[in-house]
Design a protein around this ligand. Structure first.
Ligand SMILES: [Mn+2]
Length: 203
């Protein structure tokens, strides 16, 4: 069997809102036997309360890594019912190495951007709302996976207008995130940026 791991290159950046110790954003990613999953949640409010909500959603995803994306959103939604939990927005990305496809789903202010090797950019259409325990229908978007494709997922602390051509043109994810770090970002919110590149099978 072909060793299908280590096909993704990932770099992340996270910073709490000024004056806050806790970030209300939580994220998770993992390379699985035949694919990859990444999720980012931004909890309502700020600080610890926000963190409780986003962590609850991410916990659900960690425990249900293989569930279909729409089921995952439902499960996360159900997890928003506890005390000390207000709700969150959520983005989930899954890459399937075997089917050579990717899928993502998002609700609220989480951006998902895919940049193909030829530079063609595709982004999620933001769906207003947030997970609060009330059932929410979400769309799952699918596409073919190509070697060299780059995926970005970020919370609304990232001002997308600041992501210039230079940002998108870096070849490695480390350099991409380093570039972002060096900018004078006026971050008025918790900020999380995840950059992921599908390298394909390393021979
Ligand atoms: Mn936010």
């Amino acid at each position: 069997m072909i060793e299908r791991k280590n096909q993704m290159e990932i770099a992340t950046y996270q910073k709490a809102k000024k004056g806050n110790y806790y970030s209300g954003d939580s994220f998770f990613y993992e390379e699985l036997e035949d694919g990859f999953i990444c999720a980012l949640a931004d909890g309502l409010g700020s600080g610890e309360i926000a963190m409780n909500s986003s962590e609850a959603a991410i916990e659900v995803i960690k425990n249900n890594k293989s569930a279909p994306l729409d089921d995952l959103v439902d499960l996360c939604n159900k997890a928003m019912a506890g005390t000390n939990i207000r709700g969150c927005v959520l983005g989930i990305l899954r890459v399937d190495y075997v089917e050579q496809s990717y899928a993502y789903s998002s609700l609220g202010n989480i951006s998902v951007i895919m940049v193909a090797k030829d530079g063609k950019k595709e982004r999620n259409i933001p769906v207003p709302g947030y997970l609060s325990g009330v059932p929410h229908k979400v769309k799952v978007h699918n596409g073919p996976l190509e070697e060299g494709s780059i995926f970005f997922m970020f919370s609304d602390g990232v001002d997308e207008h600041q992501l210039t051509k230079e940002f998108y043109n870096h070849r490695t994810m480390d350099l991409t995130v380093d570039w972002y770090k060096r900018q004078e970002n006026k971050m008025n919110d918790d900020t999380t940026l995840i950059a992921m590149k599908y390298k394909g099978e390393v021979s």
